[in-house]
Design a protein around this ligand. Structure first.
Ligand code: ARG
Length: 281
């Protein structure tokens, strides 16, 4: 690198903070039931393609320097690839998931077993909540953003606040296409988020505007392309290759978009973030 490009990099680009992630190979991925508007049980799913796209995602995360841990996939749990939904961890404390739909409920035990084996402090949930699908952590202010309206109950928000000792801001999701918080909002760095305002109720939009006046604002096309279902290390933002408009918006703000094709998993209603649970020891 020349001296000039080095100094430019210093002023314009955040440095990446290395992360630890938990993912689950889509070995048994299929669309056997429909619990969100993206799922159509008559669509043929190519499981081999899902696996190879997922492997590219894992390689991408590792090439950025991150540590990837994996959870063993189980037959009969076709959505297990969406590892984000299995728990939510902050500062070494894990608030377990309790899935809304019976088809996914057995996934929670696999996550619990994994965290307990790793010595994490695990809080067993009594309320319906779908882990990082509906919870996002913003490190700067140290707060949790939490979605409700489709999957996670607000009682789960209160339980998470108690378990994690962090303020939890409840945000109401109103568009069934964006049924989890992580389809409509993403954390880009310690203090910056990106979100699609129309996915939220008017009051929740006001809350987001007040808390995050400098947020990156996504539009409907960005959100439909799963451009907000992304994972950032403060600098690199791994996102769906389809989300070209979102990639441009991120680049304008100094982030480096890293596109990955997860078209097969989109048939299950998920993309990059849905496949990744961040581990916060
Ligand atoms: N088919 C899964 C479901 O509807 C997709 C989950 C996507 N995960 C996410 N974090 N948004 O539950």
């Amino acid at each position: 690198m020349t001296e000039a490009s080095f100094s430019i990099a210093l002023v314009t680009v955040n440095s990446a903070r290395l992360r630890r992630y938990l993912l689950c190979r889509p070995r048994f991925f299929a669309v056997e039931y429909a619990i969100n508007p993206w799922m159509d049980t008559t669509t043929e799913v190519n499981t081999d393609r899902a696996v190879s796209q997922w492997e590219t995602l894992v390689d991408t995360l590792r090439s950025l320097g991150h540590t990837v841990d994996t959870l063993e996939p189980e037959p009969g749990l076709p959505d297990m690839v969406f590892a984000a939904n299995g728990a939510f961890s902050v500062d070494g404390v894990v608030y377990g998931a309790r899935f809304k739909y019976p088809q996914r409920q057995a996934e929670a035990a696999a996550h619990e077993k994994w965290y307990r084996a790793g010595g994490w402090e695990f809080v067993v949930p009594t309320q319906t909540n779908e882990g990082e699908g509906d919870f996002a952590y913003v490190p700067g202010p140290g707060l949790v953003l939490a979605g409700y309206g489709f999957r996670t109950d607000t009682a789960g928000h209160a339980e998470a606040a108690e378990a994690l000792g962090r303020p939890v801001i409840s945000l109401k999701l109103i568009d069934p296409r964006f049924y989890h918080l992580d389809t409509a909002l993403t954390v880009l760095d310690d203090d910056t988020i990106a979100y699609y305002p129309d996915a939220f109720s008017p009051g929740s939009q006001t809350i987001l505007r007040r808390l995050f006046p400098t947020a990156v604002i996504a539009d409907e096309a960005d959100t439909l392309a799963f451009g907000l279902n992304s994972v950032s290390d403060d600098r690199n933002v791994v996102l769906s290759a389809e989300a070209t408009g979102m990639a441009e918006k991120l680049a304008e703000r100094g982030y480096t978009p890293v596109p990955v094709d997860l078209s097969e998993l989109k048939l299950g209603g998920g993309s990059v973030k849905c496949c990744i649970a961040e581990l916060r020891p």
